[in-house]
Write a protein that binds this ligand. Structure first.
Ligand SMILES: [Zn+2]
Length: 302
């Protein structure tokens, strides 16, 4: 079930330990700085993690395990607001056309982009999520990992890959595949946790993204993701921290993993619910995720 891998960015096999979480070893490549789990679950096993339970998991609420989403579907409106903002940024870099959302989950983004005039296609390894997207929104969603789906070359004007690359077995292979299926000058929008962020540095082993060792097997910094994109044939146009819309209640509950004073956090959270403020919508940028907009580079565009 486990496999030992070399560095996905530079190919070296020369690492130093970063942390050990739930028996998994997180290491840093001494050559290029990429952080990854090694050894880790094999690809076929990784793809089986994303069941219906993954999208509605009790672990975080109970403080037991960092895995999946508390209730992804119930959070649809907030997710759509976040996604709509990202789409507006994408449209500043590329004209509307054909868009592929890699790891499209339940299809909220595809549904939204289609309504804005894009022709949309999704790919998803979760059978539950793919089925939901097809039935609920009538979307074209292909079941499987990106490289298994064999899309036609230069088939898309834009590819989105949000909170996906840290989960896949071969990030470089996937970026090369995105390059192949994007048209010349096409845009890739990618979001992934930032292992170099202040929160990550302060929390160390307590950082939520790091504690998701079963599903997160790669941890990027701005430097390592930029280098991987460059090697895969992309030019980074813009790199920033991703923000996200939350309800105040669940955001407060999450705070307990980010603060040292548990009692104060608990009291404040309790107060928020008591005053009925928990459903207030807030936009947070915790600077824990990298958002990259990159263009496919070709011989002629150099
Ligand atoms: Zn390396």
């Amino acid at each position: 079930m486990l496999e030992y891998v070399r560095c996905n960015l530079c190919g070296a096999d020369n690492t130093e330990p970063v942390a050990e979480i739930e028996g998994f070893h997180i290491v840093r490549c001494r050559q290029c700085g990429l952080i990854y789990v090694n050894p880790r679950y094999r690809e076929d096993f990784l793809q089986q993690l994303y069941t219906a339970e993954y999208y509605d998991h009790d672990g975080i609420r109970n403080g037991q395990a960092f895995f999946g989403y508390e209730d992804y579907i119930a959070d649809e409106e907030n997710i759509r607001i976040t996604f709509a903002k990202r789409l507006r940024t994408i449209e500043r870099f590329v004209n509307k056309g054909r868009l592929l959302d890699v790891g499209c989950a339940t299809g909220f983004f595809l549904d939204l982009a289609r309504a804005k005039g894009w022709e949309v296609v999704g790919s998803e390894v979760s059978e539950f999520a793919a089925q939901y997207a097809r039935e609920k929104f009538g979307l074209e969603v292909h079941l499987g990992a990106l490289r298994q789906l064999h899309f036609a070359p230069e088939a898309f004007d834009a590819v989105t890959m949000w909170d996906v690359i840290e989960h896949v077995a071969d990030p470089m292979g996937d970026l090369q595949e995105v390059w192949r299926i994007l048209r010349e000058g096409g845009l890739l929008s990618l979001i992934t946790p930032d292992s170099d962020s202040l929160v990550a540095r302060l929390l160390g082993k307590r950082w939520e993204e790091l504690r998701r060792v079963r599903e997160h097997i790669y941890f990027f910094s701005r430097r390592t993701i930029t280098e991987m994109l460059r090697r895969a044939g992309f030019e980074v146009l813009r790199i920033e921290s991703a923000d996200k819309v939350f309800y105040l209640g669940p955001a407060m509950e999450r705070l307990k993993y980010y603060t040292w004073d548990g009692v104060l956090t608990k009291t404040a959270t309790h107060l928020v619910y008591k005053l009925g403020l928990d459903r207030i919508r807030i936009n947070i940028n915790p600077f824990t995720k990298i958002a990259v907009y990159a263009r496919k580079r070709t011989e002629t565009s150099l």
